[in-house]
Design a protein around this ligand. Sequence first.
Ligand code: SF4
Length: 529
Amino acid sequence: MWLMGTTATHRGPVLIGGGELGRCPTRIHHSRFNDAARSTSAVVERRIAEGRRWEETVVAHILERLPAWTMISSTDGVFDRTAPVVIDPTVRAHSREAITTVLLRAGVPLIFGGRISAPHLHAVGAPDLLVRLDDGYAPIDIKHHKVIGERGVPARLAPADQLQDTGGSLRTFRSERVIDLLQVAHYWTLLDSLGYASARRIAGIIGSEPAVTCLWVDLADGNPRLLDRYQTALDDAIAVVEAGQDQPGVPLVPAVWRGECRSCPWADLCRAELEDVDHVSLLPAIGAIETKHLLAAGISTTSHVADLDTGALADEFEIPDEAILQARARGAGTLLRRTGADVTLPNTAVEIDFDVETYRGVLYLAGLLITDADGSRFEPIADWTGTPGGERRVLADLFAFFDNVASSDDAVVYHWTGYERTILREAGERHGLSLGSAPSVDAWFDAYACDLWSWTKERLVSPSGYSLKVIAPLCGFEWRDDDPGGAQSEIWYSDLLKGDASRRSRLFEYNEDDVAAQLAIRRWVRARW
Ligand code: SF4
């Protein structure tokens, strides 16, 4: 019997693509075997489109000073083996692979848009770029996120015009982006199986850092080694797909709520399934490893966790106290006060709820909800021109307003997370503007503002995280827009810049609701305790 929404399939050769390595196994299964409509999101679609545009930008940048050949067929015959070659994006997979083989054999220095496969390894891949080094080829992939970080594996930096320089200055590849490295390890392994790989086992990632640069990583680094992690990820993916071919209606690995779920097209499906069974992974303090321990100890539901005493062990694993508190808050369906927490809020005559809207890091709207003895009024400062001059005007007016707040001595500004202070600090530096009432933006926030997000997190336990969109509804607040979110608001602003004037009122409403949500949280707290 096939379950609804599944695709009947037959056994065939299993080929795992680079983008599947390190992915949630349930996602791999659904992507291949579930033909039910996956949920689409304008935010995710936009992210994908921006990623494509970034790839094109990087390729154009690399080729700026390098004349390149474009190929559409492996029988084109005429190309300069000393020049880069771009395989035309319209070329189909089979021909793409044939062209790549010709180019690898010829030893061209750079191959853009290649495809390689090794059925005996169950592997196929489309590396963005293959670079010929002195002892063979190395793959590079282009990512639309930053990859240089503080913690992770060591990496060497190469500028875009010297990609072959693999011994540049030392940097660190962001540990949270390790999935990128599994992908390029996949491509290196494919090259190796075909006899073209550099023996040095290196691969590169070009991230979205301001200057186009490549981070070269030694795939033998890491603990466990990146190549070993890759092999495990490949084996896991093969097992998922082979099992799916036999039983497409049932994923080999059941869903477990995880960070990846937030951007997964199957999130609605999995969330509903997990909510149905009150799955333990729905607790934010329970990650994938904790879930494994708890399930092994027979603790599968959040209500079971809620019944445990803090400090409880599951299978010799200490369950985080925070998870037990979260489970209790979930059972109660509300925010719980932490034991002994002082929930007194600052007591001032004037309260100002503040929230910024930005587009690509540039400030265009500063929402201010001012509450005093006369009630609450929304007084936004905005500029819709999308120009540096517009941002400067918003910032100058806002700094003047903040200087007034400082002089009043009986007002406090509330905001949610450290985003506002970061944006103002960076914009101030960009425009050479500063506050008159404090030596720096950070000093001003320390003196006159309260981060309501930190305040809430320290004193209250939430069943499902601390985003404003989670906390405010628990305090009875609802947004007027049925799809509120920062990423969504960037889409509206982009529409506005393209001429859709109706977006302006939507952005004002959204921003006004964000500040009103903060006020609603404080009212709820004050009414309760
Ligand atoms: S929603 Fe989460 S558990 Fe479900 S497939 Fe996606 S990543 Fe996996």
